[in-house]
Design a binder for this molecule. Structure first.
Ligand code: SF4
Ligand code: SF4
Length: 308
């Protein structure tokens, strides 16, 4: 059965990385045991983010492709399809396969948000909908480590992948635990965030949401010179220096809009995950990523626009 699961990688649109964790790597109170009490193994299916989808943002030219193709298409089409295939293999062998993909529009927290989704399309406080801790679960499945940015880093693609899971009652041969060795605490991810949203290995959700949507004028070619006229603190916000409350972030997001919403309530990323791009550039320059390209991802100095 493990061979059939690993063969998913060879299928059209199959995952780039597969990792398997035994249930013993998870605490007894982990959400996986509320979702499927008889869980014996957790299968992680990871997909690289084609770095070409981020080149437009890197150049300041095209932005929609990253969010439509590398976020929406992977999350809503490719990854659910592959968790279904994986679950079908498990069921054919007489085991349960319970697909787990991020449910992007609902959350247990009452006061948080998901920067990739329009904040007013999220249903909050849904306590019966248990969600796995995605990044921690992926690390437990042995595919990578959690970097200072809070993102998962793998040996092949650095921070550029997305992932989903299948829970099963089958005892599968586990992937060895990943010994952290990629993140060198260089801090490039923190420096690159246009909203100073990364602290203590976490992204502040509301701060990230506003700057993911493009609140920093110096990194947003669509921003009008007269943006946020109703805010006395507009220059502080537009230069990424203001610590935003949830209400501030909502007000900023309501008053900046550059692309129409994508399907499934996704918004177009204007920061283009600058944190992860900076990390990728750093790891590529160090030569530590297994997946090599003919040309470097970053080919010139980063552009910066005037804040006025
Ligand atoms: S660079 Fe973008 S995605 Fe990363 S923390 Fe900052 S705002 Fe969020
Ligand atoms: S940019 Fe540097 S500090 Fe940040 S996650 Fe990557 S390697 Fe770690």
């Amino acid at each position: 059965m493990i061979n059939r699961i690993n063969e998913l990688k060879k299928m059209s649109f199959g995952p780039d990385i597969i990792g398997i964790a035994p249930a013993s790597r998870f605490d007894a109170n982990d959400p996986i045991f509320k979702i499927l009490p008889e869980t014996k193994s957790v299968i992680c299916l990871a997909y690289r983010i084609p770095r070409g989808t981020q080149r437009g943002i890197e150049e300041g030219t095209t932005y929609y492709h990253y969010s439509t193709i590398a976020v929406e298409c992977l999350e809503e089409t490719i990854m659910p399809m592959m968790t279904l295939r994986c679950a079908r293999i498990l069921e054919e062998e007489g085991y349960i396969g319970l697909p787990q993909r991020k449910t992007q529009t609902i959350m247990q927290e009452e006061d948080s948000t998901n920067p990739e989704i329009l904040y007013n399309h999220i249903r909050r406080g849904i306590t019966q909908e248990y969600q796995m801790n995605y990044v921690e679960s992926a690390a437990k499945c042995g595919i990578g480590e959690i970097g200072m940015s809070g993102s998962l880093l793998t040996d092949d693609y650095g921070p550029l992948q997305r992932y989903c899971f299948v829970l099963t009652d089958a005892e599968l041969e586990p992937t060895p635990e990943f010994k952290p060795h990629i993140c060198d605490n260089c801090g490039e991810c923190i420096k690159a965030c246009p909203g100073n949203a990364i602290k203590d290995k976490k992204k502040d959700p509301w701060q990230c949401a506003a700057y993911y949507a493009g609140a920093n004028m110096s990194k947003n070619p669509f921003m009008s010179d007269h943006a946020l006229p109703h805010r006395e603190d507009r220059l502080e916000i537009l230069s990424g220096k203001k610590q935003l409350t949830a209400e501030d972030a909502k007000d900023v997001i309501n008053n900046i809009s550059y692309y129409p919403p994508i399907m499934h309530s996704y918004i177009s990323s204007i920061c283009g995950h600058a944190c992860d791009r900076a990390c990728y550039v750093h790891l590529e320059e160090k030569g530590v990523l297994n997946k090599k390209f003919h040309n470097k991802f970053r080919t010139r100095e980063e552009w910066v626009l005037e804040v006025k």
